[in-house]
Design a protein around this ligand. Structure first.
Ligand SMILES: [Zn+2]
Ligand SMILES: [Zn+2]
Length: 418
């Protein structure tokens, strides 16, 4: 019996990689426009990076992490998200020096969560993430959202919708939480089992509960927008104004709280059409206290992450992809093997993509393969050609053929391609 991949994990096959790389390329282009630099983070970290960074109370930490003791007895976790790692690296490498520095980072790569496998959810999944450290200004929130908006537009996401909210600050969130706890306390018997266990400690989480009776309870729950302190109200209205100036459509949703503990003020989420209930493709927000609570100085920050798998499913148009097709397919007879070796070598050394058989079958069979490969030219070295010390160059689009002396073939093809 052949061994199969672990449940909830999948291969990204060569047939899908063109689209995948096109998405990554579009992201890199937008990151460059906004001055974000790439950081490559480790795939595993000390477990505390996530228990502290993501939050003990979150589903991620409580139920979904791949945590194990390594051979030295240290608790290690495969990263379930990127922000906590990025914050760890930001602090470790003192990227906050000198004070007032703005640091813009992005990363791409696999994340790991042991979720129940279902449509569009994987246990190893890929994210593109961005973090902007060092600015508490609404301009920074607007920049992060604008970047995400341009990226999503560039890759032709179907029916994208941006939802926006502010979760307030340490001044205005506690009174809101207290009002919410009062409200939930009076209705606790109507909550699902999970929410009955968390409404007091973590009332905001009930907004995210997918159980219908909890959603019913939350319809009339108090919302944060009635509790903003003047500074939070001003910050949020400035973010809204900037998004309007940038022509970015959005909806304010005061019930959107996002699943993580570290957010402060602006949070946002992008959904796409045609994905069913799990329709969120990107999300993020401001986290002004996470750097400090992770052991660094007080540095405000904002960021977002995009989930590759769902993104790939919600692309609604053709993306410009790099062709995997060869430039030249060499069709030849055994007698020409030495010439083919030399010519293919010369072509590849000059940057041309070449495909060839290692053991040639009949000319007709090889011409079929040349056609299927999508090559721009077929280079033919049959018995006739060898006798005349020439090769035939066939343009696979027009069918036009020309002959060239063997020692001029590579130069000739180079010229035709450029
Ligand atoms: Zn506030
Ligand atoms: Zn619930």
């Amino acid at each position: 019996m052949a061994i199969k991949a672990v449940k909830g994990v999948k291969d990204i096959l060569p047939a899908d990689i063109g689209k995948w790389r096109a998405v990554e390329r579009a992201a890199r282009e937008q990151f460059a426009r906004f001055g974000f630099k790439e950081i490559v983070l480790p795939i595993f970290e000390k477990t505390e990076v996530f228990t502290k960074g993501v939050g003990e109370e979150t589903d991620i930490v409580q139920k979904e992490m791949y945590t194990f003791e390594d051979r030295g007895g240290e608790s290690i976790t495969l990263r379930p998200e990127g922000t906590a790692s990025c914050v760890r690296a930001f602090i470790e490498h003192s990227m906050f020096h000198p004070p007032g520095t703005v640091t813009k980072l992005f990363y791409m790569g696999p994340m790991f969560r042991r979720e129940r496998p279902q449509a569009g959810r994987f246990r190893q999944f890929y994210q593109i993430g961005a973090e902007l450290f060092g600015s508490a200004e609404p301009e920074a929130d607007a920049d992060a959202i604008h970047l995400l908006h341009l990226f999503i537009t560039a890759i032709k996401i179907k029916g994208p919708k941006l939802m926006l909210n502010s979760l307030g600050c340490e001044e205005c969130r506690p009174p809101f939480k207290a009002a919410l706890v009062d409200y939930l306390g009076a209705r606790k018997e109507h909550l699902c089992e999970a929410c009955q266990g968390r409404w007091e400690r973590n009332p905001l989480r009930v907004f995210d509960c997918k159980v219908e009776k909890c959603q019913d309870v939350m319809k009339d729950a108090p919302t944060i927008d009635k509790h903003y302190c003047p500074a939070c109200a001003e910050h949020f209205s400035k973010v809204e104004k900037r998004l309007t100036l940038l022509n970015i459509p959005f909806t304010v949703n005061p019930r959107m709280v996002r699943g993580l503990d570290y957010y402060t003020r602006t949070v946002f989420e992008v959904t796409a059409e045609g994905l069913g209930a799990q329709n969120s493709i990107a999300g993020g927000g401001r986290y002004d206290n996470l750097v400090k609570s992770s052991g660094g100085p007080q540095v405000p920050a904002t960021g977002f992450a995009v989930g590759m798998e769902r993104l790939m499913e919600s692309i609604g148009g053709e993306l410009e992809m790099e062709s995997g097709a060869p430039d030249v397919y060499i069709v030849f007879m055994e007698e020409a093997a030495d010439e083919v070796c030399r010519i293919a070598g010369e072509l590849r050394q000059s940057g041309i993509k070449v495909e060839r058989a290692y053991k040639p079958a009949g000319i007709k069979n090889q011409m079929g393969k040349a056609g299927n490969s999508g090559a721009r030219f077929a280079l033919i070295l049959g018995a006739d050609e060898m006798a005349k010390k020439t090769a035939v160059i066939k343009d696979m689009k027009t069918g036009e053929q020309s002959a060239a002396p063997l020692d001029a073939v590579a130069a000739d093809i180079s010229k035709k391609l450029h």
